[in-house]
Design a protein around this ligand. Structure first.
Ligand SMILES: *Cc1c(COP(=O)(O)O)cnc(C)c1O
Length: 390
């Protein structure tokens, strides 16, 4: 496989002006990957600050009901309430090792902006976050969180004033400030080497889960399930299992249904195209422009997906399924009552698939669901969707 490619996918579809930054990033990443001092410091932050390792929780009640052994990997218990900090801490520390003095990020729903602001505060790096003007209003609370955490939120007023425009603004900033600035990407997307870097920083999820399930069960699980937006929590838990005889299932946002335009299922219903500097599956119009997407889970409301997932779909190593808004909402309520754990709406997609498929396993079957985040952020929205009735 060519460097920076996953089969035909991935690559660097970038303006010439950014190539030197990508080459520098690749070289730094190679250097820090072999640097024990980097691993030592990252381990310290993950353990001491972020709260790793996260538990692998055996779900007594759900297991009894579903008739198989269900575990949750508890990324909801990581500082910040989701898996995102594994990546933002890793990249922020990498930026320091590169001698960069500033972080920039772009965010749609705001969750990646918040995770970047946390990492910037922890490591003493100033953070500028580009956010479409529409999104700064839709996600006002996250914009306020970023400011509380010391980041500057820059509203982007061009184009549709949403994520696409925020990405363009962040790229322009990066080109102008290459010497001082690291562009901290939030998922396993974008040009090489970002998909690789983000996967590696998120693989701590799967490495822990693999060890934990072996300790508890004496064998590997039958199935590992994770939700897929850009794909980082999924690739993080899948990677250490890819060479094993373990079924891997990625769950996309089915929104209002794949027979409508209102969903975010780029692998299940998209086609091959270029977005944010990489070739992958994409929800696009006839001109190759990314479409507006929809999901009840803001973190899955994304037109494309990481290139490694595109390859894993084509080779059949990972199965990709879609779960609708309604199914995810039902799973959100189900897990809350059954186990006393309120999942993020994103993670509720993985839970919903687990509920749908549990019948395929027998009593001794082991199912691991990646609980990518906690649902506190979604409680107000869910209350509104249900007209306030619990
Ligand atoms: C951002 C987010 C996601 C989606 O991002 P991936 O890169 O696909 O992991 C999923 N779950 C939660 C809780 C998130 O915050």
């Amino acid at each position: 496989m060519k460097a920076g490619r996953y089969g035909v996918y991935g690559g660097q579809y970038m303006p010439e002006t950014l190539m030197s930054a990508l080459i520098e990033l690749e070289e730094t990443y190679r250097r820090i990957s072999a640097d024990p001092e980097f691993s030592r410091r990252l381990d310290w932050y993950l353990r001491e600050y972020a709260g790793r390792e996260t538990p692998l929780t055996y779900c007594t009640n759900i297991s009894r009901e579903l008739g198989c052994r269900v575990y949750l990997k508890r990324e909801d218990l990581l500082h910040g309430g989701a898996h995102k900090l594994n990546n933002t801490l890793g990249q922020a520390l990498m930026a320091k090792f590169m001698g960069k003095r500033r972080l920039i990020a772009e965010t749609g729903a705001g969750q990646h902006g918040v995770a970047t602001a946390i990492a910037g505060a922890a490591l003493g790096l100033p953070v500028d976050v580009y956010m479409g003007e529409v999104d700064t209003r839709r996600q006002a609370l996250n914009a306020f969180r970023m400011e509380l955490l010391g980041a500057r939120v820059i509203p982007v007023a061009s184009g549709t004033r949403t994520l696409k425009d925020a990405i363009n603004a962040a790229m322009r900033d990066w080109v102008t400030n290459l010497g001082s600035t690291h562009y901290l990407l939030g998922s396993c997307v974008g040009p090489h080497p970002f998909p690789r870097i983000v996967r590696d920083f998120q693989s701590v999820i799967g490495e822990e889960a693999r060890r934990q399930v072996l300790e508890r069960e004496g064998r590997l699980p039958d199935t590992v399930v994770a939700c897929v937006g850009g794909g980082s929590n999924a690739i993080g838990i899948f990677s250490p299992f890819v060479d094993d005889d373990v079924a891997l299932v990625g769950v996309e946002a089915g929104g209002a249904g794949l027979d409508t335009p209102r969903h975010g299922a780029s692998l299940s219903a998209g086609s091959v195209g270029v977005f944010q500097g990489a070739l992958s599956y994409l929800l696009q119009d006839a001109d190759g422009q990314a479409l507006e997407t929809h999901s009840v889970a803001a973190g899955l409301d994304h037109p494309s997906v990481g290139p490694e997932h595109a390859m894993l779909k084509d080779t059949g190593r990972v199965r990709y399924e879609a779960v609708t808004d309604a199914e995810a909402l039902a799973a959100f309520r189900y897990l809350s009552r059954a186990e006393g754990i309120i999942p993020a709406l994103e993670s509720a997609h993985a839970v919903a698939y687990a509920l749908r498929s549990a019948g395929d396993l027998d009593r001794d079957g082991i199912l691991v669901v990646n609980l990518s985040g906690r649902g506190d952020k979604d409680v107000a929205d869910v209350a509104q969707i249900r007209g306030g009735a619990a």
